[in-house]
Ligand binder design. Structure first.
Ligand code: PLP
Length: 437
């Protein structure tokens, strides 16, 4: 670090700043599935950064594409102007999304994608003469980013108590984290009936007033909650019956994490909109997107006046040329390296090894699907989040990077992890969580 720089000025997001600045933990470099500290210590990246880099770090193909793009066309607005790669990328994305979700709106993050999806849902109903549909349904324990729309959808207490409830008219279904499903592998057997919370909310508030239901097919940030069997199907059925849009927030599950391009395909349930970000560019450029069913798009776009935007929404950096170049290179690699098949092939071994930690007294629950897993730590101190926070610090010192949310540790390795690297990840955890094999 430049010697004149101090740690004082950077206000870190989602971080206890005073503690961090007393004992900073920095990454200076990354390559493949490893980070390196400024002192050159190697740290295994067991969470693809923040679920962003399934292709591994430092991919030259992506870096070169961004470099070339910045020298060719560094920036153009996409309000009444555009550039070829934006169209190329939207077409490529539509080749991966479930059939019918082939219209793509670009944003710069998952949070922006979520807020964009909320606006698209409102605009859709308004365009069809159902402007009374202004209510949204989300779930307890959901994480839909940090913009005010996403905070309103959020089902995480800290997100809500810090800033109020955000936009009004958001209702929450119960979460599906049931004690009966502790240590359940794959999709839990119990809890499919919780989808009927949507019916109760509809009966109370009027189905005809609900615009959209937001669901993470696997609730990610809260600690990896795969959907109970039959749950997503039931939500889809209720949405169909009552004219409600179904949005899958696939910011974590999108782009191969389940072994399929999207969790919608893994679980065979097709939503009306999909939000995505993170692995869309392998984390190399900020980018988010909403894939929208053609009928939803057309209802908005075909009805607007020719001289004015049909959707009054967009970002200065929507479809930024460098982000488009990064995403095109990323999607090219997903194809060339058969990345989703690679993820699917590694998943059983990964799950087997992660579930081998169930015997540890420090472990309260393990859940997982594909190359995503969550481990709940026993919160002995009674202070929620303390066990997770301490574990996350000790893991860094032990040479492993994972994300902690509350007392849950999240595992999301790159798709190219070898079995030996999976073993290393699990061994570091076993040792750190304090028990011998
Ligand atoms: C499901 C989901 N939605 C939205 C977001 C917000 O994405 P971002 O941090 O890129 O704004 C996240 C971030 O982890 C997420 O997991």
């Amino acid at each position: 670090m430049d010697r004149t720089a101090t740690l004082d000025h950077f206000w870190l997001p989602f971080t206890p700043n005073r503690e961090f600045k007393r004992e900073p933990r920095l990454f200076a470099r990354a390559e493949g599935v490893h980070y390196f500290t400024p002192e050159g210590r190697k740290i295994l990246d067991g969470c693809s950064g923040l679920f962003c880099t399934p292709l591994g770090h430092g991919r030259r193909e992506i870096a070169d594409a961004v470099h070339e793009q910045l020298l060719t066309l560094d920036y153009t607005p996409t309000f009444t102007r555009a550039h070829p790669k934006a169209f190329e990328l939207a077409t490529r994305v539509a080749g991966f999304t479930p059939t019918g979700l082939d219209r793509v709106f670009f944003a710069n993050s998952g949070s922006e994608a979520v807020d964009s999806a909320m606006k698209i849902a409102l605009a859709y109903h308004r365009a069809r003469g159902e402007g009374q549909r202004t209510l949204f349904v989300s779930r307890e324990r959901a994480y839909h980013g940090v913009n005010m729309g996403g905070v309103a959808l959020s089902g995480l207490v800290r997100n809500r108590e810090s800033f109020g409830t955000g936009v009004p008219g958001v209702m929450h279904m119960r979460h599906t984290h049931l004690p009966e499903n502790r240590f359940a592998r794959g999709l839990p057997e119990k809890g499919g009936e919780l989808a009927d919370d949507l019916a109760r909310l509809g009966q109370l508030h009027g189905f005809a007033n609900i615009a959209a239901v937001f669901i993470e097919p696997i609730a990610g940030s809260t600690g990896c909650l795969p959907p109970p069997r039959g749950y997503l199907e039931r939500v889809r059925e209720l949405c169909d019956t009552h004219g409600i849009l179904l949005v899958f927030d696939e910011v974590i599950t999108g782009w191969g994490r389940t072994g399929h391009a999207f969790a919608a395909q893994a679980f065979g349930v097709t939503p009306d909109l999909i939000t995505m970000a993170k692995a869309l560019t392998n984390g190399a450029q900020p980018m988010g997107a909403v894939a929208v069913k053609r009928g939803v798009h057309d209802a908005i776009v075909e009805r607007g006046p020719l001289h004015a935007p049909e959707l009054f929404h967009g970002y200065t950096y929507s479809a930024h040329p460098a982000a488009c170049a990064a995403a095109l290179a990323t999607l090219g690699l997903y194809d060339a390296e058969r990345s989703f098949e690679q993820a699917r092939a590694l998943a059983p071994y990964f799950q087997e090894r992660v579930f081998s930690l169930c015997d540890l007294p420090a472990v309260a629950d393990v859940r997982g699907y594909g190359l995503l897993a969550g481990i709940d730590l026993r919160a002995e101190s009674g202070a929620p989040g303390l066990a997770g926070h301490e574990a996350q610090k000790r893991l860094f010192d032990a040479g492993l990077h994972l994300k902690a949310t509350g007392d849950a540790l999240l595992l999301a390795p790159a798709f190219g992890f070898s079995r030996a690297q999976v073993d290393e990840l699990v061994d570091v955890l076993r040792e750190m969580l304090g028990a011998s094999r």
